[in-house]
Design a protein around this ligand. Structure first.
Ligand SMILES: [Fe+2]
Length: 348
């Protein structure tokens, strides 16, 4: 007897009790054990849903609902995911009935009276095809998952390299490396207050630490200068946006593209007087507008070689004053609505 796990679950729907019994006997003799049956076409749909067969034997001519109606219900229930093969049982060999059944999704026909060899052959063939198809689908799903995982791993390692580079840049002028971490946290908090969805918040908090990555290309005598920069030096300093943007260009992942927009546009001003592109308003990517405010808040509330830290009240007043000129008013309002004193993000 064939192994049970190689066989399938079969549902018989036929309003003639004698036909059902006969089919059950033929199947049982061949080793099929998972069989359900009903003589009520009205109950067939519910039974199909509950039994979850691998194959259905369905009579065409039944009282109540006919086989075509039941077939439509079964096909609709299966949806696109997995079509369970249906064999129509018919005494009616008319081409019209067969075409109609095929059009509705039936896979094969069995004529009454039954020839047991033919019954078993057709059932076995369809089940084999069905299981092969299912196996293929399963393998495809596994393959897709592996590709997704692999892509994520690659993106992850790509990002780690960039994060280390950003940290290396920061160590040059801030040996704690905490500024970028805080900017990431503040940006995420701001994004949350604005109502961004969690996937975007995740992107912001991962991309924000890279905002100044272009400083890797700024000479030490400018980057580490204790006093104010000359006009010429400041022009060179400004190029960290373009350098960072180039470093992150042509990224295939959403995260790298996101980081690139932030690196390029985090010094743009809402009124168009920022740099490097002098874009204004909503033409500045939202993520860059958020990081701009976060960067400013954190920079002002911490000591710099050329000035001591500002108090929180003064900093917030300055941000308020700059809402609509420097900062996106919506972002600035969100920032002013947050109780930063109670928040731990500015402490580290
Ligand atoms: Fe910057």
């Amino acid at each position: 007897m064939p192994r049970r796990d190689k066989l399938g679950r079969i549902l018989i729907i036929d309003d003639q009790e004698a036909n059902v019994r006969l089919l059950e006997q033929i199947l049982a003799k061949a080793g099929y054990e998972d069989i359900a049956s009903t003589t009520s076409s009205v109950d067939a749909h519910a039974l199909h849903k509950q039994f979850k067969p691998d194959l259905v034997l369905l009579d065409v001519h039944m009282s109540g609902k006919d086989g075509f109606q039941v077939l439509e219900e079964i096909v609709a229930q299966n949806g696109d995911s997995e079509q369970v093969p249906v064999i129509m049982i018919t005494a009616d060999d008319s081409a019209h009935a067969k075409r109609r059944a095929l059009a509705l999704g039936a896979k094969d026909f069995l004529s009454k009276p039954f020839d047991s060899a033919e019954v078993l052959l057709r059932i076995r063939n369809l089940l084999e095809t069905h299981f092969l198809y299912r196996k293929l689908r399963h393998q495809n799903t596994e393959l897709e998952q592996k590709v997704t995982e692999r892509t994520r791993e690659l993106e992850q390692s790509q990002l780690e390299v960039l994060e280390r580079l950003a940290a290396a840049v920061e160590f040059r002028d801030d040996d704690t490396g905490n500024h970028t971490k805080r900017v990431a946290q503040i940006s995420a908090r701001l994004g949350e207050a604005i109502g961004l969805e969690s996937a975007t918040l995740e992107l912001i908090s991962r991309a924000a630490p890279l905002h100044d990555i272009g400083k890797v290309g700024i000479p030490d005598n400018i980057l580490l200068k204790a006093g104010p920069l000359t006009g010429e030096e400041f022009e060179i300093m400004k190029t960290h946006t373009v350098i960072g943007s180039r470093m992150l260009s042509k990224g295939r992942s959403e995260l790298v593209r996101f980081s690139q927009r932030i690196a390029r546009s985090h010094h743009e001003w809402w009124d168009g007087s920022g740099y490097p592109d002098r874009v204004s308003g909503q033409s500045i990517p939202l993520e860059a507008r958020i990081v701009a405010a976060a960067d400013f808040l954190d920079a002002l509330t911490h000591d710099r070689p050329y000035r001591p830290a500002w108090g929180m009240d003064d900093t917030l007043a300055e941000i308020k004053r700059r809402a609509g000129s420097h900062f996106d008013p919506t972002v600035a309002n969100a920032l002013l609505g947050i109780n930063w004193q109670a928040s731990s993000v500015l402490v580290a």
